[in-house]
Design a protein around this ligand. Structure first.
Ligand code: NAP
Length: 517
């Protein structure tokens, strides 16, 4: 099977042999994807002109109806997607849910937001400033849709959520999407887009898809287009460089690698409820999607006195993890998506081994030589202030490292040593500790989850990205920002200061939805 791309309203095949998609349990090839020789510039122009015009004519509420219709198509075909996620991504049923249901929930959340924005096509910020002595000249800030294509380049670990979270925001903003999933796991994105297109729920040009390499994409983009990239820092840097010399460049946002941390506060003891809550969350990090989440916990910061008890308790959980075929209901940890990812993860674990020792390793069943399996591992680094690799290397697999710390100041320093991350979690009941971590580490993070006795288990998890919350992080994490409810619209819209008389501004305000972004 060779995956086609959807450009200019047609399914088209690339002219090359393509790259293989494999079943990571067996290593067997299940499909190929190839986009060579396709008319990318023509596809982008069609999306911009036809899709952009159609979406631009709709109100926010009408665009929301489209998002709901897309979600309904995905819900109707969900069982087939779970099978694909297992066969191409090695997902267990709960891994698949994070990706598939995560995409559906995000589409529905933006459909609801669209309804609340009503029958407007632009946004206006509350308040106006008087710019002249007499009250006849004011300014207001208006957001309008950019007449361009939203190119969305995604990482292999979220072929569903990664695509739909970007499509949802772009579509609500009135921008047509050109999705480019990572080739290795593109079968799920392909099937989903195939179903949505077949259902006829979107206007022509509103959604396009490239299956295969995306070389040459950047060259076809103009200043009203955008690229939302998720993936490795190296590829992100390539996009930045490709645009660096362009005077009228498309907008770029980058979501990249991140060496996220969780912190057990200095107030935590083995008897505190938050000890068990932290344990549960850290164990999940070594389980869900076999650790292939960008927001995953990689570093576990524990007060030095507590580290032996925490290492023992977490180590016991890790040793007991059932690794195996995701088709088996008893399996908790499936394989990485292919041999290349397995080998990279093992190399990176070996690099961490120069600074950290192994506390516990899960056992691997008999696996095929070309499978993606990596045994979950818990490491402990005795001197995390002197260490570098534990703060710099993202093992994109089931591995985390415990870092003992002396006091809260040191915990904050170690948190910041990741040089910018997507997500941090804090398990503490102490208000001063919570305030200290937020003050010291919020600038280094896009999101902080605080769990205390009041929250208990009623939280959405360290790794789960909620569409209501901003997603992205500074520094190493790429410096981008996505989602965050209406905040996500900023990337696809332009804020313009409109200066004029009170009646003219009032007329603009009447046609817009008043919202502070
Ligand atoms: P990657 O190798 O950087 O690839 C990411 C995407 O870029 C893929 O779709 C890839 O396409 C595409 N690409 C590569 N070169 C390109 C080019 N010259 N032109 C156009 N597209 C190009 O990353 P990955 O291995 O898929 O993903 C793993 C990484 O993503 C991890 O480091 C993880 O932390 C990060 N990640 C971050 C987030 C976040 O939200 N911050 C979320 C998920 C993952 P091909 O597959 O066709 O090469």
């Amino acid at each position: 099977m060779k995956l086609e791309s959807y450009l200019s309203g047609q399914w088209v095949a690339g002219s090359g042999a393509g790259r293989p998609l494999v079943n990571p349990v067996t290593g067997a090839e299940i499909a190929r994807a190839d986009a060579s020789g396709l008319d990318l510039a023509g596809g982008i122009a069609f999306a911009r002109d036809t899709g952009g015009a159609a979406l631009g004519a709709l109100t926010f509420a009408e665009r929301g109806e489209l998002l709901k219709a897309v979600a309904d198509v995905l819900i109707a075909n969900r069982d087939a997607y779970v099978r694909i996620a297992r066969e191409n991504s090695g997902n267990t049923a709960s891994d698949a849910s994070v990706d598939i249901d995560g995409g559906i929930v995000t589409l529905k959340t933006y459909a609801r937001l669209a309804k609340s924005l009503g029958n407007a096509r632009s946004l206006i910020e509350p308040g106006q400033d008087q710019l002249a002595r007499d009250p006849v000249f004011f300014s207001r800030h208006v957001w309008t849709s950019r007449p361009g294509v939203a190119v969305q380049v995604n990482a292999f670990n979220f072929p569903s959520w990664g695509m739909w979270e970007k499509v949802a925001v772009a579509l609500l903003a009135g921008a047509p999407s050109l999705a480019k999933p990572a080739t290795a796991t593109s079968l799920l994105s392909y099937q989903m887009v195939r179903d949505v297109i077949a259902a006829g729920v979107l206007p022509a040009g509103a959604l396009s898809l490239i299956c295969g390499g995306g070389e040459g994409l950047v060259d076809a983009l103009g200043p009203m287009d955008s690229i939302a990239f998720t993936g490795s820092a190296d590829t992100g840097a390539m996009f930045r460089q490709a645009l660096a010399g362009r005077a009228a460049a498309p907008r770029l946002t980058v979501e990249a690698d991140s060496v996220n941390a969780t912190i057990l506060g200095p107030d935590v003891t083995p008897d505190s409820p938050v000890f068990d809550l932290a344990l549960r969350e850290a164990a999940k990090a070594l389980t869900i999607k076999a650790g292939q989440l960008c927001t995953n916990i990689r570093r576990i910061l524990v007060p030095a006195a507590l580290a032996p008890a925490f290492a023992e308790a977490l180590g016991a959980k890790v040793s007991a993890l059932a690794v195996g075929d995701p088709a088996d209901e008893a399996t908790r940890v499936g394989p990485l998506i292919n041999v290349a990812q397995r080998d990279t993860a093992l190399e990176n674990i070996a690099r961490l081994g120069a600074e950290a020792r192994t506390v516990a390793t899960a056992s691997l069943p008999d696996v095929a030589p070309n499978s993606g399996f990596v045994a979950p591992q818990l490491l402990l680094c005795d001197d995390p202030t002197a260490a570098r690799a534990v703060h710099e290397i993202e093992v994109f697999g089931p591995c985390a490292t415990i870092l003992p710390y002396a006091d809260l100041d040191q915990a904050v320093q170690l948190g910041a040593a990741g040089e910018g991350s997507l997500a941090l979690s804090l398990f503490s009941d102490d208000r001063a500790v919570q305030a200290g971590v937020v003050a010291g580490l919020a600038p280094w993070h896009g999101r902080i989850l605080m769990v205390d006795a009041e929250v208990g288990r009623n939280h959405t998890g360290h790794s789960i990205v909620m569409p209501q919350c901003a997603h992205g992080g500074p520094g190493r994490a790429g410096g981008g920002e996505e989602l965050g409810g209406a905040r996500g619209l900023r990337f696809h819209m332009q804020r313009t200061a409109i200066q004029g008389g009170p009646s003219a501004l009032a007329a603009l305000a009447d046609a817009a939805c008043e919202l502070s972004l």
